[in-house]
Design a protein around this ligand. Structure first.
Ligand code: GLN
Length: 536
């Protein structure tokens, strides 16, 4: 019998519901429970795939090809288990499903309404995960802040769901803020009291309050919160600011969030959480023996969330190498042939980021020329790999004006072109090459050595690809296609001979790096940058 935990947020957004959910899930998993986390997003887009990274941060792609919220990345990085399209549902998707069924005639004769039809659809989407039988506990995070108009149907669905379930089969954790007023020198509980009151108006009494705070919450404040919010005193959990998100599971363990949850769900505590590997990772993360500087060249660098998974992958790979990776963001459209050398000076490695559209392209290409010629470790992801192919075409193969047809449809040398099955697509949402695909690694290649196997699977999100017409020419000139899709013969990895590390991947390795399994390409890229820093 699956148990359900709902996580709501109060007072303000950005309190870190995703990290709290992932940390709780981690602790429960470490006690031997099978846990998954789902996120409901109250916006009307069907998925975040059509959102600008400035709006929403990175779009995280699952194995089954869903374009999802970046919180799913945290879930996977903490739990080391894959999520799927069932783990992220938006208001748009809920309405789309209901409206499609209305058109099919499923509600003939009836008025279709928010209650019950939308709330029923929300509940159905919670149950889908429970009914797989794969999980003892499903954690559902409700996006937005309690009191928002758009999250109301979700809150109402939670109320109904809890009413329908048995007494001890679900609980609500409310994440809230205890602000510190410097002028008064005090932590303030009133905003929390008000947000709990609002939840109560909607018919939900939270079971546990997780209180975000910059200062420790003493026993008096805990008692006050407990009394006025009608929860047990041990259900007031302090969540103090941490130096890294990876500390949060241990902070929650200290606050006994996992024990409180299990006791309320009437589940046995089983065993003390097994967190040896996690602690080992934290130990290495916090005690680096070296430091390197990596340039992250992208066009959304002002917003760190736009490259969340890449940043986290560097944290995992840095810890593995016992090396602090300082990621320095460089706006690609600020790079020109004249300033590139100056801007890139002192970096020990460069990652050219994924992206769409022409802005900043020439800066990326200029960067790649510089690192290629100067033997600086280079890692290109998706668009970054495509730029490496364009750069090599122009500057080594002598294909003047070579480009991707995404940027220049009239290029005389379309070394990157649109995939055949993309050409007739008219709908933008969810139609890229998405999700997990197999890739064969060339014997004797750097890629094969790094992965230590001959076939891998990696996740994709793109419309364009290496143009196979030019494959032989590139190979002869030293840019080796070392990863090939066995089904459609597409080039998935290119690497340079005679360079300490020059690798481009058409897929997104950052989506598969976790604390338990740092991605081998990142680990080796960091190692190469470390070697470069020692030599120079
Ligand atoms: N814009 C490129 C394409 O669609 C690369 C996409 C990406 O970097 N994710 O193929």
């Amino acid at each position: 019998m699956t148990k359900y935990i709902f996580v709501t947020g109060g007072v303000t957004s950005s309190l870190g519901k995703g990290i709290i959910s992932a940390s709780l899930a981690k602790l429960l998993q470490a006690r031997g429970y099978r846990v998954t986390i789902q996120k409901f997003d109250p916006y009307i887009n069907i998925d975040p795939g059509t959102l600008n990274p400035y709006e929403h941060g990175e779009c995280f792609v699952t194995e089954d090809g869903a374009e999802t919220d970046l919180d799913l990345g945290h879930y996977e990085r903490f739990l080391n288990t894959p999520t799927s399209k069932a783990n992220n549902i938006t208001t748009g998707r809920i309405y789309q499903n209901v409206i499609n069924r209305e058109r099919e005639g499923a509600f003939l004769g009836k008025t279709v309404q928010v209650v019950p039809h939308i709330t029923d659809e929300i509940k159905r989407n919670v149950r889908i995960l429970g009914e797989t039988g794969d999980y003892d506990i499903v954690i559902t995070e409700i996006g937005g802040t309690v009191g928002d108009i758009e999250s109301l149907p979700f809150i109402e669905a939670v109320r109904q769901f809890r009413w329908e379930l048995g007494q001890n089969d679900s609980l609500v954790i409310h994440l809230t803020l205890i602000p510190f007023l410097a002028a008064a020198g005090e932590l303030k509980t009133k905003p929390t009291q008000h947000s709990v009151k609002m939840l109560l108006e909607y018919g939900i009494q939270p079971d546990i309050l997780v209180c975000r705070t910059e200062h420790h919450i003493n026993a008096d404040i805990r008692k006050k919160i407990a009394l006025f919010c009608n929860v047990n005193i041990n259900a007031v959990i302090e969540s103090i600011d941490a130096s890294t998100i990876y500390d949060v599971p241990l902070l929650m363990l200290k606050e006994q969030l996992d024990k409180t949850v299990l006791s309320k769900l009437k589940l046995p505590t089983k065993q003390e959480p097994v967190l040896d590997n996690w602690k080992d990772f934290l130990g290495r993360l916090k005690n680096p023996t070296a430091e390197i500087r990596i340039g992250l060249i992208g066009k959304y660098v002002e917003l760190p969330d736009a490259y969340k998974s890449i940043i986290e992958s560097f944290i995992h790979a840095g810890a593995k190498n016992e090396c602090k990776v300082k990621v320095e963001s460089i706006q690609s459209d600020s790079l020109t042939p004249d300033n590139a050398v100056e801007r890139l000076k002192g970096l020990h490695g460069v990652l050219v980021a994924p992206g769409f559209g022409i802005r900043g392209i020439e800066g990326k290409i200029e960067t790649i020329k510089y690192v290629r010629e100067n033997n600086i470790p280079f890692f290109g992801i998706c668009l970054g790999m495509q730029c490496a192919v364009v750069e090599y075409g122009r500057n080594v193969l002598g294909l003047k004006g070579a480009h991707s047809t995404e940027m220049d449809p009239e290029t005389p040398y379309p070394v990157i072109g649109m995939m055949e099955d993309q050409k007739n697509i008219t709908q933008m949402g969810g139609t890229m090459r998405l999700g997990s695909y197999a890739c064969d690694l060339k014997k004797g290649s750097k890629a094969a050595a790094i992965y230590g196997k001959s076939q891998i699977t990696e996740r994709h999100r793109h419309r364009y690809e290496f143009n196979n017409t030019y494959r032989k020419q590139y190979e002869a000139a030293g840019l080796i296609p070392s990863g090939i899709n066995p089904e459609n013969d597409l080039v998935e990895i290119v690497e340079l001979k005679n360079h300490p590390f020059f690798v481009g991947a058409q897929f997104h390795p950052e989506l598969k790096s976790t604390v338990a399994n740092p991605h081998p390409l990142f680990v080796n890229f960091v190692a190469a940058a470390l070697a470069y820093s020692r030599k120079n």
